[in-house]
Design a protein around this ligand. Structure first.
Ligand code: SAM
Length: 248
């Protein structure tokens, strides 16, 4: 039985490709790529001549069984996405899930991932974090999600598209308050990489005032909720109120 390699690729800077990734891409029988033209450029840069087939959200269901058959007949395959780590908001879940069920060997070949790249240099707590992927596109669903995470003490890590960043920041101000610390990481590993640390309201103002901050690829991180040590909880206030009504 062959092996399925899950190969991470760069998220901007082509030099972030690992030696091991290049060796594996050279040695497998076939590369399954989210976009063959995109991956073609990377393969050309590293002079990899292995054939490449499309494997994306729209054909994943139909291609999965075919790829598992190829693996079971002894071929080694590699799965890559357009950028970063496959399966992290990218295709491949069905394939890996079926391989595990069928006893096909799956080997990760680690490398860049935008969420981890952003988090490790943001200056926010990293001991516990929630990776939340993309925000829902609609305001009502976004506010509902933010409400459910409002008192989460772990750092929250989101992907966001540039044309929704202002609406999302406005929703964060509304639901989590103007003072919640945020870090916006843009264009990681690329020429115009930026990290901005600001309160939610300052971030909304700053991104709104500067069109350059509304461009490119971005990761938005929200500091975890910190309970004010001096604040008296709602439950305590309720109990004291009830008690005071009963006492003479
Ligand atoms: N699998 C990828 C990974 O490992 O990070 C993520 C794929 S997801 C479809 C694409 C999103 O990742 C972008 O919209 C952006 O939010 C984030 N992203 C990817 N590359 C980035 C970069 N260079 N800088 C900032 N964010 C990036």
């Amino acid at each position: 039985c062959g092996t399925l390699y899950i190969v991470a690729t760069p998220i901007g800077n082509l030099a972030d490709m690992t030696h091991r990734a290049i060796t594996i891409l050279n040695n497998v029988a076939l590369i399954c790529a989210e976009d063959t033209r995109n991956t073609g450029r990377l393969l050309k840069y590293y002079e990899v001549t292995t054939p490449c087939v499309a494997f994306h959200d729209h054909n994943e269901q139909q291609k999965t069984a075919l790829m598992v058959e190829k693996l079971q007949s002894g071929s080694d395959l590699a799965l890559v996405s357009d950028a970063g780590t496959p399966l992290i908001n990218d295709p491949g879940y069905r394939l890996v899930n079926l391989c595990r069920k069928e006893g096909v060997n799956v080997v990760p070949v680690p490398g860049a991932c935008a969420a981890i790249t952003a988090l490790c240099a943001a200056g926010l707590a990293t001991d516990r974090f929630h990776y939340e992927g993309f925000f829902p596109p609609k305001t009502s669903a976004r506010q509902q999600l933010l409400q459910s995470l409002k008192e989460e003490s772990a750092t929250l890590v989101f992907y966001e598209s540039p044309h929704r960043i202002l609406d999302t920041l406005a929703d964060i101000v509304t639901v989590m308050g103007p003072d919640r610390p945020l870090v916006l990481a843009r264009e990681l590993t690329k020429t115009f990489e930026t990290f901005a640390s600001k309160s939610a309201s300052e971030m909304l103002q700053w991104v709104g005032d500067d069109h350059n901050q509304q461009k490119g690829e971005m990761v938005l991180m929200i500091a975890g909720y910190q309970r004010d040590p001096d604040a008296v909880s709602h439950e305590v206030v309720q109990t004291l109120t009830l008690l005071s009504q009963e006492l003479p």
